[in-house]
Design a protein around this ligand. Structure first.
Ligand SMILES: N=C(N)NCCCC(=O)O
Ligand SMILES: [Zn+2]
Ligand SMILES: [Zn+2]
Length: 315
């Protein structure tokens, strides 16, 4: 194997110069193949409240200029042991949700064809469904770790089945999730009724609320999650609104009382060794952000996801 091509050297080219790719990594077309591709999905036609996540991937790329090549928390250089690239954006129809879902699924399938694993930057949470379909087509039903303030297992909004509040119900219905290993983490805030929780439990989900994380601590929560996941192929979907609005104001449906970015990163790091097959970070809406707080948090979360992939054996 040739040495992976790493990021632009920030001691030679200032990190604020030049066009942004994730972590200043090469583009996919600049290398022969990739182990991991960070890909953007500028789609937000599935939101129920504030729009703007279509600009999320661009904001995360901009905020990722400050990432450095060694991750001391996991003792790994994620861009040295595997070829990581920025695969650009999946261009999908902003006026037709069904068509956009198909486009995302096809593009993600193509990108993963020769074993490349994807870390996708959203976009609203609707996009998790086609991404899960793609990993399940390859690995069979996958374990899911879903970090979010919301359940996202509702049925429909205004009769629409494919929205950012419904991807995980659709995924269970389609049989693409391993219902023995489904967890929400960071759940909080008002629901439509108690039935939401009953329905969610029936689908197979376990819930770790943001208050559980605060009371029990990140290490204990990560241990519990790891036990539930075991060696199953694992997909991690991170809605940035799992963080408190103080840590992630730039999002469409903010809820008070969320996790800190430190808690989220520590839980992720506690998952080292899991059989991670893909991940997304969604719902970054830069119009409501301040001083790139949300975009910086999301870029660090994506960096730790890429680091977790580096710690896993090549397929
Ligand atoms: N996936 C996110 N961010 N939000 C879902 C909120 C659904 C609702 O408006 O009830
Ligand atoms: Zn959410
Ligand atoms: Zn969500």
């Amino acid at each position: 194997m040739t040495e992976p091509r790493g990021p632009v050297d920030s001691s030679r080219v200032p990190r604020f110069a030049g066009p942004a790719t994730f972590a200043r990594l090469p583009r996919l077309d600049e290398v022969t193949r990739a182990d991991v591709a960070v890909v953007g999905v500028p789609f937000d036609a599935g939101v129920s409240y504030r729009p703007g996540a279509r600009f999320g991937a661009t904001a995360v790329r901009e905020a990722s200029r400050l990432l450095r090549p060694y991750n001391p928390a996991l003792d790994v250089s994620p861009f040295a042991t595997q070829q990581v690239v920025d695969a650009g954006d999946i261009a999908c129809n902003p006026f037709n949700i069904n068509e956009a879902i198909e486009t995302i699924q096809e593009a993600a399938t193509g990108l993963q064809a020769d074993g490349t694993r994807l870390v996708t930057i959203g976009g609203d949470h609707t996009i998790a469904l086609p991404l899960l379909r793609t990993v399940a087509a390859k690995h069979g039903p996958v374990a899911l770790l879903h970090f979010d303030a919301h359940l996202d297992t509702w049925d429909t909004y205004f009769g629409a089945e494919y929205t950012h509040g419904t991807p995980f119900r659709r995924a269970v219905e389609e049989g693409i999730l391993d219902t023995e290993a489904l967890s929400h983490v960071g759940t909080r805030g008002p629901l439509y009724g108690k039935q939401d929780l009953t329905d969610d439990e029936k689908l197979g989900f376990g819930i770790v609320t943001s208050a559980d994380v605060y009371r029990r601590g990140a290490d204990e929560i990560a241990d519990q999650l790891r036990q539930r996941i075991g060696n199953r192929p694992l997909y991690i979907s991170i809605d940035i609104d799992c963080l408190d609005p103080a840590h992630a104001p730039g999002t469409g449906t903010p809820e008070a009382g969320g996790m800190t970015s430190r808690e989220l990163l520590e839980i992720l790091r506690g998952l080292a060794g899991c059989n991670l097959v893909g991940a997304d970070v969604v719902e970054v809406a830069p119009a409501y952000d301040h001083a790139e707080i949300t975009a910086v948090a999301a870029s660090h979360v994506a960096y730790d996801l890429v680091s977790l992939l580096a710690l896993k054996e090549a397929p």
